[in-house]
Design a protein around this ligand. Structure first.
Ligand code: ARG
Length: 271
């Protein structure tokens, strides 16, 4: 009997972390305007119709953002999630209502740790190349100092500046906690819940309005969410890189929240 095809099966396409509508050719300080489809997991979170923070799509129902974006504003009816967007003021852009907002129970506005929150969308997103989820990293996955990653958002393009109408992005290297905790940098403020990224010489950074948005790293052509924009002193200043909530540290919290909600809401519904 002639054997059928002996070629190995192609690996299944990744269900997250790809950007099918982006072709390479064709408040972030020191960055560039992004192209449609370049950061399809990036969302803009509007509070009473105004851009307040960024966020990242992790599944068709869940957006990951920073706790400081929603703390004290946790009424889901005040928020809309804008997806597939590069310019802020486009008419007819897809915007979705929020069903629920969960922030880390240990987050305190005066502290810097546990700066993570999830928004559950009232309806599921359709992925179409301009709207795609980003992969979460694996448990215990290490991201080395010097790895080049991307930050993106509609935040200010200079300290104290206005939010940007265009989605901007910049490439920044990850910094080790050791480097970031040096006396002239953040002198021990960086905990295991944080990861720093940026340049000690300054010039390129996230800024106000970028919070909650992604620090994304490409790992053999799959994009992973390594951080969520959290804080910094000023923006793009010398020895004051951006500080991001470390996603590997938050994985069990993220999974717990999503699973608990999924179990509470109709267990028989489709995904
Ligand atoms: N907390 C800011 C926000 O709410 C983000 C600050 C990021 N700062 C920085 N220097 N990287 O938008």
């Amino acid at each position: 009997m002639p054997r059928a095809d002996l070629r190995p099966l192609a690996p299944p396409p990744s269900e997250c972390g790809s950007r099918p509508q982006y072709t390479q050719s064709t408040r972030i300080v020191g960055g560039n305007i992004s192209k449609p489809g370049q950061f399809p997991w990036q969302v803009s979170l509007h509070f009473s119709s105004e851009h307040l923070c960024g966020g990242s799509i992790v599944t068709s129902r869940w957006i990951l953002t920073a706790a400081h974006c929603v703390y004290g504003f946790a009424d889901p009816f005040m928020w809309t999630v804008h997806v597939g967007l590069t310019e802020q003021q486009v008419h007819g852009a897809q915007s979705l209502p929020v069903e629920q907002i969960i922030y880390h129970a240990r987050y305190r506005p005066k502290g810097l740790d546990y700066d993570i929150a999830l928004m559950k969308l009232a309806t599921a997103l359709n992925f179409n190349g301009f709207v795609e989820p980003i992969c979460l990293p694996n448990h215990g996955e290490e991201f080395e100092e010097g790895t080049m990653c991307w930050i993106s958002g509609w935040g200010a393009t200079e300290s104290e500046g206005e939010t940007s109408l265009a989605l901007r992005s910049a490439m920044v290297p990850l910094l080790s906690t050791k480097t970031c905790n040096q006396p002239e940098v953040y002198q021990g403020l960086i905990s295991s819940w944080m990861i720093c990224a940026g340049y000690l010489e300054g010039g390129t950074d996230s800024c106000q309005g970028d919070s909650g948005g992604p620090l994304a790293c490409e790992d053999s052509s799959v994009w992973k969410l390594v951080g969520a924009t959290s804080w910094g002193i000023g923006c793009a200043m010398k020895n004051k890189p951006g500080v991001y909530t470390r996603i590997t540290q938050s994985l069990s919290w993220i999974r717990q929240q999503m699973e608990r909600e999924e179990a509470l809401s109709s267990p028989t519904s489709d995904n």
